[in-house]
Write a protein that binds this ligand. Structure first.
Ligand code: HEM
Length: 355
């Protein structure tokens, strides 16, 4: 063992890493539970990669897309399970990423020097949603094609870049085989190529700065704050959380297999109750509500404009409430977070109720 250790140390500088690991600590307080959610997001992403690679063995983009997914679902051994796990884990990935984002927000972990962690996280979340959007079309069943058309119509509303981006993604006047080809390239090449290095940067920042303590700990002197070593104490709990997440995915995937509808047919009318995936439901519903109050294009522009403004404020929060202090700014940011969370939950439930 000593020889192997010396061999690796000479080539990789292992001792430095072990030294670093042995000193890494995680703060312990009544909100520590929320520290697990970044890790849960990570394990879901790992499941996405592994199940995605297996799906790639049989999936064919373009004209044969529907038939290949039909064959994965009904002919290939355990194909349905892998496909189902890929879909459920995508939902859990986005659910845990949102939970992670809100917990980071309410713990004020976006404050200096962690702003880059916040901003890189926002881009990761946006890319995660794009993964979901592009993946949803790939089976090319009627529901997927119609929901993508709705998504494209939302993109079309954006001034100037909207129609251009929608055209580029569609590859034609309507959602069809060329769109699947483009979404496929986005889903398996372009997005992973951007996501992976950015994720590496995000995780490196956490190692560099350690976990932030929430405002409830600010009054406790630094030397009196409780913490546990990351290795092995916190890591074992992290791994237990991963095991729970894997079990949840396995149960959902096997008990509620992901369905495949009829093949998309541009000549047929859209099936009733078309709606986007749950993580786009809030934006979809806000647009619908504003559209009812202000009909036509002006309503769409106002809806998208309001949403974009809210998003910009959300992204820029470290510039407003960036210092470790309590006060008016800290309180305003907290209320803004509660408002955002409330609007997100209410409009999502409302969206489903109105289907
Ligand atoms: C989408 C994929 C993401 C992955 C895989 C991921 C992963 C992680 C992990 C493993 C940690 C360390 C453990 C923890 O504090 O929970 C972390 C910390 C952090 N993440 Fe993420 N994250 C993601 C998205 C986000 C998002 C959407 C945001 C916010 C916009 C964000 C902001 C942060 C910040 C500021 C920290 C430092 C927290 C602290 O110091 O306590 N991350 N992330």
């Amino acid at each position: 063992m000593d020889k192997i250790r010396a061999y690796l140390d000479e080539r990789l500088g292992l001792e430095g890493l072990l030294e670093f690991m042995s000193h890494k600590k995680v703060p312990i307080h009544r909100h520590s539970f929320w520290y697990y959610w970044g890790g849960i997001t990570l394990i879901c992403f790992i499941v996405q990669i592994l199940t995605g690679i297996l799906l790639l063995v049989y999936y064919r983009p373009g004209q044969g897309a529907y038939e290949s997914v039909r064959s994965i679902t009904y002919d290939i051994n355990f194909g349905w399970l892998i496909r189902s796990a890929h879909n459920w884990s995508a939902s859990l990935f986005l659910f845990s990423a949102f939970t992670h984002m809100f917990s980071v927000y309410f713990m004020k972990a976006y404050r200096a020097p962690r702003e880059l962690g916040w901003w890189s996280g926002m881009i990761l979340l946006a890319l995660g949603m794009l993964f979901g959007f592009s993946g949803y079309l790939l089976p090319m069943d009627d529901l997927a094609a119609s929901a993508t058309k709705v998504g494209m119509a939302m993109l079309d509303i954006l001034p100037k870049v909207g129609p251009w981006a929608a055209d580029l993604m569609r590859g034609g006047v309507t959602v069809g085989d060329p769109t699947v080809q483009r979404f496929f390239a986005l889903h398996v090449v372009v997005l992973p190529m951007i996501f992976m290095p950015l994720l590496g940067f995000h995780l490196w920042l956490v190692q560099k700065h350690g976990n932030a303590v929430p405002p409830s700990e600010y009054d406790t002197p630094v030397e009196e704050r409780k913490s546990v070593p990351f290795f092995p104490n916190f890591m074992i709990k992290d791994l237990a959380m991963w095991l729970i997440a894997l079990n949840v995915i396995a149960m959902l995937a096997s008990l509620f297999p992901f369905q495949l509808g009829e093949q998309a047919d541009p000549l047929k009318p859209a099936p009733p109750g078309i709606h986007p995936e749950w993580y786009f439901m809030s934006a979809f519903q806000v647009l619908k509500i504003v559209g009812k109050i202000i009909p036509g294009t002006p309503g769409e522009v106002v809806g998208m404009g309001g949403f974009t403004l809210g998003l910009i404020l959300w992204v820029l929060i470290p510039l407003y409430d960036g210092k470790t202090e309590s006060g008016v700014k800290a309180r305003n940011a907290h209320y803004f977070g509660l408002l955002a969370l409330g609007v997100l939950i209410i409009t999502t439930i409302w969206g489903y109720a109105a289907l």
